[in-house]
Design a protein around this ligand. Sequence first.
Ligand code: NAD
Length: 257
Amino acid sequence: MTKVAVLGAAGRMGRTACEAIKADADLELATVVDPAAVGESICHTTVSSRIAGLAETGVAVAVDFTHHQAALGNLRWLAEHKVHAVVGTTGFSAAELEEIGSWFDPPAQPNCIIAPNFAISAVLMMRFAELAAPHFASAEIIELHHQHKIDAPSGTALATLHRMEQASQDWHADPTTQETLPGARGGVGEHGVRVHSVRAEGLIAHQEVILGGPGQSLRIQQDSYDRQSFMPGMLLAVKRVAQTPGLTIGLDSLLGV
Ligand code: NAD
C-alpha cells in the first residue's frame, strides 16, 4: 500500500481527495495537513499544522490542493525530503514551473506531476481543441465556474488557448469596430483566439470551445458537475508518479493522448 499525505486537507478539493484516497484499496491516507483545521479529524485522520511532520511518517506521495504560494513552499520541502508530489493547485507562472522543474530534476528522485485539471474529460477536451485548431479560422473559448473562483480566466482556459494558438496562428481578425459595452468581446490571445469567463452560483467547472469554418462549426463542451470528476485523474497520478521521472505537467502522457 502506498502511503499518501494530503496537503490542504480541509479545503474543498482536499476533503474530496482524502475521501477518494481513503476509499482506494491500494492507497493509505497516512497524514493530512492544513493549518486552518489543526486537530480536526478528516477521514479518521487528525489534521496536523505543518508539512514538516511528514518526515517521520514514511509517506511516499503528497497531494497538494492548497494555494499557489503555499504550494511553492510545500513543493520545495517535498523535493528536499524525497517525497513524490501530485499537485492540483493552480496559478503557477512559467518561471515558477521552470524553478519547480529544477527541484524535481531527474535522474534524482522524487518526481512531481502538476495537473491544472484532473478531470479526464477536460484533458481530452484540450487535446481535441488542439487537434481541431488548424482546420478552422475562428475560435472562441467560454469557461464557466462557480461564484467563489477569484482568478479569470481559468487555468484550463489559458492552457487551451495556448495549445490552440501553438497549433495554429492563422485566425480571422476580429470584425468588431464598435464595442458598446467594454469587455464584451472578452480577453484575447496573442494570435486572436478569444476567451470569455462566466461566474455564477450553481456552476462547478465547465468549458466550451467553439470553432468556426465555412458553413460549419464545431463545439467541444466539457462539464465537471461535481468535485468527484477530478478524483480518477488524481488517483491515476498518485499511482503513477513514482514511475514518471522529473516534472510532468498535465495528464496527457499518463493517458497516452
Ligand atoms: P480551498 O481554499 O477550499 O482549500 C485550500 C486549503 O489549503 C485551505 O483549507 C487552506 O487552509 C489550505 N492551506 C493553505 N496553506 C496551506 C499549507 N501551507 N499547507 C497545507 N494546507 C494549506 O481551495 P480549493 O477549492 O480546495 O482549491 C485548491 C486548489 O486546487 C486551487 O488552486 C484550485 O484552483 C485548485 N483546483 C484544481 C483542480 C484540478 O483538477 N487540478 C480542480 C479544482 C480546484
